[in-house]
Design a protein around this ligand. Sequence first.
Ligand SMILES: [Zn+2]
Length: 165
Amino acid sequence: MTTRIQHPQSPDPGSPPAAESERITLAESEWRDRLESAEFRVLRKEATEPAFTSPLNAEHRDGVFVCAGCGAELFRSDSKYDSGTGWPSFSDAIPGAVSTKRDFKLFVPRTEYHCSRCGGHQGHVFGDGPAPTGLRYCNNGIALRFRPAGDDGDPVRGPNPGKED
Ligand SMILES: [Zn+2]
């Protein structure tokens, strides 16, 4: 005979913590300590990762994509689509999760967006996305983590993270 041990269920994994709306402000040196160098360059210096390098391009499970800098929930898996660009792409963001600003690093202005909570750069939003929004949030995969639905563990870098470096 075996005794089945009942583990208490999480109260409500779907509800964001109350602190979700709180801003996180850290000094550059604190971000350097907290982030890997490649993450720091994208999140804090607005670098762009090389196309087709993120494991999250191949992430197709149900779940939520969170900011790699602070863990805020930014995109739901049902808004992710394959844009063919080589970067994780989304047709919509979770309301209020990202903020935008104009960016003139290219010849034509483009709209930069970043995590509303920590200010971490995520990517650029374009007007050539699918219906119904018509938007394409082109996101650096390294600036995101993925939390599969029903998984209370730490968010992951992709379906097959491979070797850690
Ligand atoms: Zn953040």
